[in-house]
Design a protein around this ligand. Structure first.
Ligand code: LIP
Length: 281
């Protein structure tokens, strides 16, 4: 396949098309959420919910993205597409979570969002996250800044852990994993500004990018939970690594992107939180 031109203007116009697709997918989610019948819930795993809405939205997104980068592969949470990202015919992969925050979605809660990233080999070129509850679209592309609904965003400049506002994520696989948030709550309670569990990793990474929070921490994540939001955060001046690895390089194949565990911060809080995690594990 022909590689897509990666000039800033080409990527920006491709990004605008992805934003439009994410917003239309968001409209579908809003409609489905308004009339959602809990009898439609299915289980993918222990406490890991899915519904026909996730699959319907995913199929819509795939159909709209397909002509934008002909031959690109798809890596999607709901597996409506075969993962061919290891096959050599294309280096481009769309990474999609049609509804990130599915548990929030089925309980008619926010945040829940659409997350779409375009990856070329191990480099992310575009990230778009659209959160439906507050009608907030976060986006960035290689060579550009990070934006929320047209306004530039930046990770916070907070350097004082005493005021840090931190988001934790609870993985679904409770039986298999020792619960890191439990240890972190014990360890950080009284030492930082506040902690929240919001339940939609992609949106929460963008909240760190927009300076609302100082950090977001979770393990056992899928690449579709982190690809777009992690990229947007880095473009907004934040830092994204695994808990143990120093690497924050989006071109590094051993990086956070495929690691399933994510320490995402405004940069200033990184070592403070990494040390806390290392103390409790
Ligand atoms: C979920 C997340 C949530 C996280 C879960 C899960 P889903 O994704 O975004 O914040 O805690 O581990 O990955 O299933 O709603 O797309």
């Amino acid at each position: 396949m022909t590689p897509i031109a990666q000039s800033p203007s080409t990527l920006q116009s491709l990004m605008q098309e992805v934003i439009s697709i994410a917003r239309r997918a968001g409209d579908m989610i809003r409609t489905e959420q308004a009339g959602f019948d809990k009898a439609q819930i299915e289980m993918k795993g222990h406490h890991d919910y899915v519904s026909y809405a996730d699959r319907k939205v995913e199929e819509f997104i795939v159909s709209q993205l397909t002509p934008l980068v002909p031959g690109a592969h798809f890596l999607t949470e709901e597996k409506t597409q075969k993962d061919k990202s290891q096959d050599e015919t294309s280096t481009y992969t769309w990474i999609i979570d049609p509804i990130d925050g599915t548990t929030n979605f089925i309980h008619n809660m926010s945040p829940c969002c659409v997350s779409i990233a375009l990856r070329n080999d191990h480099e992310i070129l575009i990230g778009v996250v659209y959160e439906i509850g507050l009608d907030e679209c976060f986006y960035s592309c290689k060579g550009d800044k990070a934006y929320l609904n047209g306004q530039e965003i930046h990770a916070s400049s907070c350097t004082d852990s005493n005021h840090a506002f931190i988001e934790l994520g609870l993985p679904y696989m409770s039986a298999k994993e020792p619960c890191l948030p439990e240890y972190l709550i014990k360890n950080l309670y009284g030492k930082i500004g506040g902690m929240r569990l919001l339940g939609a990793c992609a949106a929460e990474l963008c909240y760190v990018a927009a300076g609302r929070f100082e950090a977001r921490i979770e393990e056992n994540l899928g690449v579709w939970d982190v690809a777009a939001g992690g990229f947007i955060l880095m473009q907004a001046g934040g830092r994204v690594t695994t808990f143990y690895n120093e690497s924050s390089d989006i071109n590094d194949e051993d990086s956070w992107l495929d690691a399933k565990q994510l320490l995402a911060t405004n940069g200033h809080m990184h070592e403070f939180i990494r040390t806390c995690i290392q103390e409790v594990r």
